[in-house]
Design a protein around this ligand. Structure first.
Ligand code: UDP
Length: 435
């Protein structure tokens, strides 16, 4: 590491890096926070992740690895609360975070994730003079454009986002579309936007034996396997994929594997979207070809990707979308919606294809093409591996973010001695004070 080590407070109010992913509120942001923190720590920086305590059994602090801790912040009930209902608990989160920071050697930078953490970040910036870096992960105005009335977030979200855009030292845009949205919908200043994409861990996601993966998932070697993997919420457009499969009924060996949900089994009670998708599959006459696995742990995912002939993701909109990178790292071609981060990560005609969202016929045509030409599918998959290695590794993301932090860090106050409790702990905040 050429520049001096940094001390970073990474705030992620609802998305803990320790959570199991695939549920309604646990997905890409959890992966991002985990990998950013891990890779910054591997580079010698110190990262504390501040996340809401959503289970009474969680300890105040978890040492994840040298240089990375997760601090569970008491704010609201110690159980799952949907993110749409978390804003009223942010004053308590802010108070607890302030208390923590008051007893520590200062951090160099606060990096907030999602608008509610950004609100906390603005308050910490005001209280401690810390620079604030912001990754929104999703923008309220973009969501409104696509989800309209079904957006359950409080109306204040937009005004809060505007304040953060004005007050943050840097706003991280995850892809060119995100940058345009910040400029177009929030009047952000271009010079305070830093473009840093998401990444994939190439140790975690790499090709594994396809035949073995298929056996373990109960798939036949001559099946044409289409994979959909991610949170099962309507905006992910999984219904579009099921409808496309229904248009391909003449390919009886086509199997659609749908991975994700709020439970390890496909539980319609806990994941209502599964019931809706099953109904669409029944109507389309392909119920037998659509297989729901439920949520899968990270270590099970390479097997899911590598069992597939093609990975599909056709959301209505997508701030970034990490799953296409995971598929590409496993050598699987991707058909993605021509939106947001997907149109940045997928090179059309090179690593897969881009199709319009909500257009089952367009998706079916591309699936048919890959079904008819396994050689083309394999070539696209290999090109995807090359693309993620060159452009989308967490190592690179961590380096780019560290450069953003270095650009906004302020010189440390030289002569301020830490409070005794903080000094005894090497200056690290003592989360025990929060219990
Ligand atoms: N994921 C998982 N298990 C599942 C389904 C999804 O671990 O059963 C992970 C997936 O591998 C990816 C993340 O959840 O890392 C989803 O991220 P993405 O950016 O694609 O979508 P988001 O959740 O941010 O909308």
């Amino acid at each position: 590491m050429s520049s001096p080590p940094l001390r970073i407070a990474l705030i992620s109010e609802h998305a803990s890096p320790l959570a199991v992913q695939g549920g309604v509120d646990a997905g890409g942001q959890n992966t991002y926070v985990l990998q950013v923190a891990r890779h910054l720590a591997l580079r010698g920086h110190h990262v504390d992740v501040l996340t809401r305590r959503d289970d009474a059994a969680l300890p105040a602090a978890v040492d994840v690895r040298p240089g990375m801790r997760v601090l569970h912040i008491p704010a609201g009930p110690a159980r799952f609360v949907p993110k749409e209902q978390l804003l009223p608990h942010m004053p308590a989160f802010t108070r607890a975070a302030r208390q923590l920071l008051a007893h520590s050697v200062p951090y160099d930078v606060v990096h907030a994730n999602f608008f509610m953490s950004g609100l906390v970040g603005l308050r910490l910036k005001a209280a401690f003079g810390l620079p604030l870096v912001m990754t929104f992960h999703a923008l309220g105005r973009v969501r409104r454009e696509h989800q309209g009335a079904s957006d359950g977030f409080p109306a204040e979200r937009i005004a809060i986002e505007e304040r953060i855009v004005r007050g943050a030292d840097r706003v991280v845009a995850e892809c060119p579309q995100d940058r345009l949205d910040l400029l177009r919908l929030y009047g952000a200043e271009d010079r305070r936007i830093a473009c840093v994409p998401c990444g994939v861990d190439l140790q975690e996601f790499a090709p594994v034996d396809k035949a073995r993966a298929r056996r373990r998932l109960g798939l036949a070697s001559d099946d044409f396997v289409v994979l959909q993997l991610g949170r099962l919420v309507p905006r992910k457009g999984v219904d579009n994929v099921v409808r496309a499969v229904a248009l391909l009924r003449h390919i009886p060996r086509l199997k659609l594997l749908i991975v994700g949900g709020d439970a390890p089994e496909p539980d319609e009670g806990r994941t209502p979207e599964i019931a809706r998708l099953r109904e669409i599959a029944r109507e389309g006459g392909v119920a037998d070809q659509v297989i729901f696995t439920g949520q899968r742990r990270r270590e099970q995912l390479p097997e899911c990707y590598c069992a597939a002939d093609v990975f599909v993701t056709t959301p209505w909109y997508e701030p970034f979308g990490i799953t296409p990178l995971e598929a590409m790292a496993c050598g699987v071609p991707v058909i993605g919606a021509d939106v947001g981060g997907v149109k940045y990560s997928v090179a059309d005609g090179v690593t897969g294809f881009l199709v319009p969202p909500r257009d089952p016929a367009a998706l079916a045509a591309r699936l048919q093409q890959l079904h008819d030409s396994p050689v083309l599918a394999q070539a696209l998959g290999r090109a995807g591996m090359r693309r993620v290695r060159a452009m989308f590794t967490w190592e690179r993301v961590a380096d780019d973010l560290a450069a953003v932090y270095q650009a906004v860090r302020r010189p440390r106050e030289p002569a301020v001695a830490p409070a005794p409790a903080a000094a005894a702990a090497g200056g690290l905040p003592q989360p025990g004070a929060l219990a």
